[in-house]
Design a protein around this ligand. Structure first.
Ligand code: GLA
Length: 390
């Protein structure tokens, strides 16, 4: 039986046992990002895709006067009234859902109480955006059961704002965009300034994308994330004095930045340099992939990791070890940390046929160094959030 069938059947079964009514089922995927980290909130470019790992949600209108959320993976329940949406202090996971409900209500839609049961196989804290999957799945689900006719782009934006306003992470738009708009076998080249996007076929003939989960997730990730955002804003503010036309780091060239280096602190200069170069790398990656220029693909991944390690400073020893181990091998085109940072996964482009040996040796080396395991994930690029049946 497939994981999809198993997880979806399970949430449905528990839902029926608990509430005695039939739910609809939603599959909301996590995401990978080929390249372009922290560029989204700087109005830059990203190249994400939706994964087969997903959160499965059983949801229906509640026939009574309260709402119930059941997280099967955490074995916790949260009960609330749809007319009194407040941030939960002790069940942080509930805020991803409550935040979406609040955004949808703020947009003027009338909601009634709901029941929802969910479970998934997107590893939490892995940089694969289990949080965006939960937000986007909730938004898609309530749109279906209340027939709200919200368009997909608005679902993306509401899910992002839920994270700002209820979770307190000032995230960009990439994760929610990928989870909602994903397309099988395609990445999306998204321009976060205009929200224009192109689906970009990912051919897997010569290489495979393998994630190695470090199983590390640092609690400072959220606060450091917000700090990076503020440092970039500080850079823009200072550079604006010289270049009044700029609105974000997207509008600044490397030469312009270098010219005004003395106006910025050393840290802010490094942060800005990384973002400007990362935008260039995203566009170069699409060209390299189109031309099947494997050497270039590898070099771009390696220099992206370098930038995150030494300039944006969002990696950690475990992740740096894994990226260096992979980047030293001839059967890996290139590897880098993926996602917000301070743990999570590396993304590795591995020559097809060599993946099992790579995974085995990576795990042995990681275990010898850190006395813990890495979990491998062979990526299958899938469609975005949708209704399913079992
Ligand atoms: C997190 C955020 C995204 C993006 C990435 C880094 O996943 O939610 O918006 O900024 O980090 O690229």
């Amino acid at each position: 039986m497939s994981t999809e069938h198993e997880l979806a059947s399970h949430v449905k079964k528990v839902f029926i046992e608990q509430f005695g009514q039939n739910p609809i089922l939603i599959k909301a995927p996590g995401r990978i990002n080929i390249i372009g980290e922290h560029t989204d909130y700087n109005n830059g470019f990203v190249l994400p895709a939706a994964t087969n790992q997903a959160i499965y949600i059983a949801i229906a209108k509640a026939e009574n006067s309260h709402s119930t959320l059941i997280s099967l993976d955490l074995n916790q329940t949260h009960i609330f009234d749809i007319n009194e949406l407040v941030i939960s202090k002790n069940k942080l996971w509930a805020n991803y859902i409550l935040g979406v409900l609040a955004e949808v209500k703020n947009a003027g839609h009338k909601l009634h109480n709901i029941h929802m049961v969910f479970s998934g196989d997107v590893p939490r804290g892995s940089g694969m955006s289990s949080s965006a999957a939960l937000e986007c799945g909730t938004c898609f689900g309530i749109n279906e059961i209340f027939d709200l006719k919200i368009n997909k782009l608005d679902m993306v934006k509401m899910s992002q704002m839920a994270e700002h306003n209820f979770v307190g992470v000032m995230c960009g738009i990439m994760d929610q965009f990928a989870s909602t708009m994903g397309k099988q076998s395609h990445a999306m080249l998204l321009d976060c300034k205009t929200l224009d996007y192109n689906y970009f076929p990912i051919s897997m003939e010569d290489y495979m994308i393998v994630l190695c989960n470090s199983n590390v997730s640092h609690s400072l990730a959220d606060s450091e994330y917000n700090t990076r955002r503020l440092q970039c804003e500080d850079g823009v503010k200072k550079l604006k004095r010289f270049y009044p036309e700029i609105k974000s780091l997207r509008d600044v060239s490397l030469d312009q930045l270098k010219d005004k280096k003395s106006a910025l602190s050393e840290v802010v200069f490094k942060r800005c340099k990384y973002i400007i170069e990362e935008n260039v790398r995203v566009l170069a990656m699409t060209r390299a992939m189109e031309k099947a220029d494997f050497e270039m693909i590898g070099n771009l991944l390696k220099s992206a990791h370098y930038g995150m390690q030494y300039e944006y400073e969002i990696t950690c020893p475990e992740i740096d070890f894994m990226a260096a181990f992979a980047n030293d091998r001839t059967d890996v085109l290139g590897a880098r940390m993926m996602g917000g940072g301070f743990g999570g996964c590396t993304i590795n482009f591995v020559k097809r046929g060599a993946e099992d040996q790579f995974i085995k040796e990576m795990n042995e080396a990681y275990k010898a160094q850190f006395s813990k395991e890495t979990t491998p994930i062979k990526v299958i690029i899938s469609d975005g959030v949708r209704r399913i049946n079992v």
